[in-house]
Ligand binder design. Structure first.
Ligand code: F6R
Length: 234
């Protein structure tokens, strides 16, 4: 893993956007995208920059079950607001949280990933070490699947909702096996709440108890962290 220490989330977003531009210039056609608080500065930097995604494809990591694209809390709406409305892709895909047959939706999404191999995957990390919505204990071989969110994740994400009981309890997420197929991975983490997860990811044993630790087995991972998130590293 290559660690990029930056002063703050704004500088980290700019750094991540530089990697996006380099990947694009290198011929990458498919970008894997994340949501949540962390990548907001990356999307702001991409929007402010010259990059053109008009001939590229995006595939998001995950979506809440029960929320459609018209719901402002959905990840589809988040992506529209932060990136797609200003930097449209030729095609953008997220799992459909309203699908009536969730197993079929997971299979459809895996097929999309197979048809559009991801050149650069952007990740955040949960306080419990999750990547995507792959909670501790998820198989490293997993493909897109239905996830029951843990209490820790529900609590962490409650800040985006009016009340904690509005946070959906389930999500569809790319699996860890799917994420690991990306040619290059950028993981961003900012703030002291992420320090323990970053330490376990970088220095701990590779274990399904810490999903992000699997990234030690990937040969092209860039970790962008601020000093608070990097507090447990040497
Ligand atoms: C979001 C996702 C999650 C988040 C993680 C951190 O698409 O896949 O793994 O990256 O929960 O969330 P934030 O950035 O809000 O701290």
């Amino acid at each position: 893993m290559k660690i990029e220490l930056v002063t703050d989330a704004t500088a980290g977003g700019k750094k991540a956007a530089e990697y996006f531009l380099a990947a694009k210039q290198d011929g990458v056609k498919t970008f894997g995208l994340a949501t949540g608080g962390t990548p907001v500065t990356t999307y702001a930097a991409l929007v402010a920059g010259e990059i053109d995604f008009g001939d590229a494809v995006s595939l998001n990591l995950d979506e809440y079950v029960g929320l459609g694209a018209n719901d402002p809390q959905s990840y589809a709406a988040y992506m529209q607001a932060h990136l797609f409305s200003q930097k449209p892709f030729a095609a953008s895909y997220l799992p459909n949280g309203l699908a009536s047959d969730l197993a079929a939706e997971c299979a459809r999404y895996d097929q999309l990933v197979a048809e559009n191999p991801i050149g650069l995957q952007l990740l955040g990390i949960g306080e419990n070490g999750h990547i995507g919505f792959n909670e501790p204990g998820t198989s490293f071989d997993s493909s897109t699947h239905l996830v029951n969110l843990t209490e820790s994740t529900i609590k962490a994400n409650a800040r985006f909702f009016a009340r904690e009981n509005q946070v959906p309890r389930q999500a569809l997420s790319m699996g860890i096996g799917t994420i690991m197929q990306a040619k290059q991975i950028i993981l961003e983490a900012y703030g002291e709440k992420k320090a323990a997860a970053i330490k376990a990811m970088v220095k701990g044993p590779v274990t399904e108890a810490v999903p992000a630790s699997v990234l030690q087995r990937h040969e092209n991972v860039i970790v962008i962290v601020d000093p608070a998130a990097a507090a447990g590293l040497d």
